[in-house]
Design a protein around this ligand. Structure first.
Ligand code: HEC
Length: 115
């Protein structure tokens, strides 16, 4: 009987340990990059104004170099509230979703990678 308890305890321990290494793997998710993670969002949320191909005449943001240079200003503006001076996307009445704003911030935290 004692042996059985010991075995059960060891099995439980093994489970806990394997879960731990599982969460370590999660922490090592690949870094975000402009081409795969950000560009599509910019192309839809900041169009047409910042997308020359769609007729925009504002600073192009379908372009990695510009987004990289302006990322602090971009985050500052998308975190504003609608109606505030400087709010982006311009004239929209709702902010980008929290998860979209988080994506821009995570990309910055990951080191503004191109691809
Ligand atoms: C409906 C058109 C429109 C949309 C959509 C729009 N913008 Fe803008 N954006 C403007 C205009 C107009 C300006 C210039 C006026 C100003 O600076 O507030 C501007 C300026 C900016 C600037 C300052 C650029 C500079 O020259 O320094 C940033 C940063 C910016 N937008 C970010 C964004 C981002 C990010 C999005 C998408 C999430 C977005 N905008 C969507 C119209 C738009």
């Amino acid at each position: 009987m004692k042996k059985l308890i010991l075995l059960t305890a060891m099995a439980a321990m093994a489970l806990v340990l394997s879960n731990c290494s599982g969460s370590k793997k999660l922490a090592a998710t690949p870094k975000l990059n402009f081409e795969s993670n950000l560009k599509a969002v910019v192309m839809s949320e900041c169009a047409p104004c910042h997308i020359p191909a769609k007729g925009g005449n504002k600073k192009p943001y379908d372009n990695y170099a510009n987004v990289k240079t302006d990322i602090d200003e971009i985050i500052r503006r998308i975190e504003m509230n609608p109606g505030e001076r400087g709010f982006m996307p311009f004239r929209k009445t709702t902010k980008l979703s929290d998860s979209t704003i988080a994506l821009f911030k995570q990309w910055r935290a990951d080191g503004v990678l191109e691809n």
